[in-house]
Design a binder for this molecule. Structure first.
Ligand code: NAD
Length: 247
């Protein structure tokens, strides 16, 4: 069955891979990203593959812009019944030096931005009596990350948001899960390596039992499954896709 999917952060990395996976599954896809050109590029690529798609430039932290974006999706594609929140902002600072503005921005993008997207999508899902929400969290929420307190705290909030929404909406046919990635090769990871925050790829791979890093397609495959009818008995879960790096 063809449904309407919104992917925040769909202009890059695992969000982009997810847009293509959902398109391959026959869904209409709204690519939402702060980088409007990237959102349009991904939407163009999807259309070239025969997928009905729109690209939307939007900052997930801006409630009005997000409300307008979901209204655009509703008028151009239809009501949203699949939501994937992949928009994310990385942060790195020793805890005592962490500036309040950096704390607030990371929380705003990763947690409050996820809240806005969920709150704007759920009414359509309630109307449909069916919905799938898949949030991208982080392994940092599972094991903690030194010098990334704001990032890990924001992602821990995403894990708790998952559990609460799952219990609230389970009676309405809406499932809510999150995927905490670790070691996925994306532009974000390459930026962290270039800044010396993450070690080189070979060194990272040595700490992953499967022996190599993952790709956006590895995450997209799990998103695809969790968005399907077959995954209807899975909700409130944190499902790692990490090569065995976090057990
Ligand atoms: P990426 O940088 O390739 O993609 C993130 C996208 O989010 C970008 O297109 C960016 O423009 C968009 N974005 C950032 N701020 C936004 C905002 N305010 N509004 C709308 N869009 C915004 O990175 P990625 O690695 O694909 O990351 C996707 C998600 O996975 C993020 O939430 C990230 O925290 C999480 N994550 C990634 C890894 C990894 O190994 N790459 C590990 C753990 C968690």
């Amino acid at each position: 069955m063809s449904r309407v999917a919104v992917v925040t952060g769909g202009g890059s990395g695992m969000g982009e891979s997810t847009c293509h996976e959902l398109g391959r599954r026959g869904h209409k896809v709204a690519v939402l990203d702060l980088d409007e050109a990237a959102a349009q590029r991904v939407a163009d690529d999807l259309r070239a593959d025969g997928v009905t798609a729109v690209g939307i430039g939007a900052d997930v932290t801006d409630r009005q812009v997000m409300a307008d974006s979901f209204a655009t999706v509703r008028s151009e594609l239809g009501p949203t019944t699949i939501l994937v929140t992949s928009a994310g902002l990385f942060g790195f600072s020793p805890f005592v030096d962490l500036r309040i503005e950096d704390w607030e921005r990371v929380i705003a993008v990763n947690l409050t931005g996820t809240f806005h997207a969920c709150q704007l999508a759920v009414p359509d899902m309630l109307d449909a009596g069916w919905g799938r929400i898949i949030m991208i969290s982080s392994s940092s929420a599972q094991r903690g990350s030194p010098e990334m307190a704001h990032y890990a705290a924001s992602k821990g909030g995403v894990v708790s948001l998952t559990r609460s929404l799952a219990r609230e909406y389970a009676p309405h046919g809406i499932t809510v899960n999150n995927i905490p990635p670790s070691g996925i090769e994306t532009p974000m990871q390459h930026q962290q390596q270039a800044a010396g925050i993450l070690p080189p790829t070979e060194q990272m791979a040595a700490n992953i039992p499967i022996g190599h890093l993952g790709t956006g397609d590895d995450i997209a495959a799990m998103v695809g499954f969790l968005s399907s009818d077959e995954a209807g008995f899975i909700t409130g879960q944190t499902i790692g896709v990490n090569g065995g790096a976090v057990m």
